[in-house]
Design a protein around this ligand. Structure first.
Ligand SMILES: [Cu+2]
Length: 181
């Protein structure tokens, strides 16, 4: 989300000049500026865009006072080179931190571990993050994740590309097991 507000702020200022000024000169200048500005920003975004697509993504609804939440999705690498999801960031109004986790069995107890090296998505392949396996853990929720709301995340990959995603908060259909921290 912050990417968007950053790139659109200058345009908003230019538009403000339009409406405040009756001068054709300033109008022309503003227009010119906008024309030069827009393709540059678009180009910048295009070169940073990720070749990885998020499918079936959602955050699981929590109770109101929950401090942690989980996000699930499938990542599809459309490129012909391997990509590694190295980190995930979450908007600060939702949670203080997002971590890449996996679930492991240790002495018959399910435990979660942070995957500090990230997760590799091989060229042309898909990797699923699902309940009982890999997931994105939201730590320090400001409030519970309410069904019907949305969570904005930014996925960062080893090639430097960033993928902003907006995921719905849903109750897990037919939830048969619980997954606690
Ligand atoms: Cu976790």
């Amino acid at each position: 989300m912050s990417l968007f507000s950053k790139s659109f702020k200058p345009l908003v200022i230019v538009t403000g000049l339009f409406s405040l000024s009756m001068s054709a000169t300033i109008y022309a200048h503003g227009n010119d500026h906008e024309n030069h500005h827009l393709p540059k920003e678009q180009h910048k975004h295009a070169s940073k865009q990720s070749d990885v697509m998020v499918m079936d993504g959602y955050a699981r609804a929590t109770f109101a006072l929950a401090k942690t939440g989980a996000v699930y999705f499938t990542l599809h690498n459309h490129s012909d080179s391997d990509k590694t999801l190295t980190s995930v960031s979450v908007s600060n109004d939702v949670a203080s931190e997002a971590q890449i986790h996996t679930t492991v069995m240790e002495e018959d107890v399910m435990k979660m571990r942070e995957l500090t090296d990230g997760v590799i998505i091989k060229a042309g392949e898909m990797v699923s993050f699902e309940s009982g396996g890999r997931h994105i853990m939201l730590m320090g929720l400001t409030k519970g994740l309410e069904e019907g709301s949305e969570v904005a995340l930014t996925l960062t990959f080893s090639d430097g590309s960033e993928l902003p995603v907006l995921l719905p908060v849903k109750k897990e259909a037919g939830e048969s097991h619980h997954h606690h921290h």
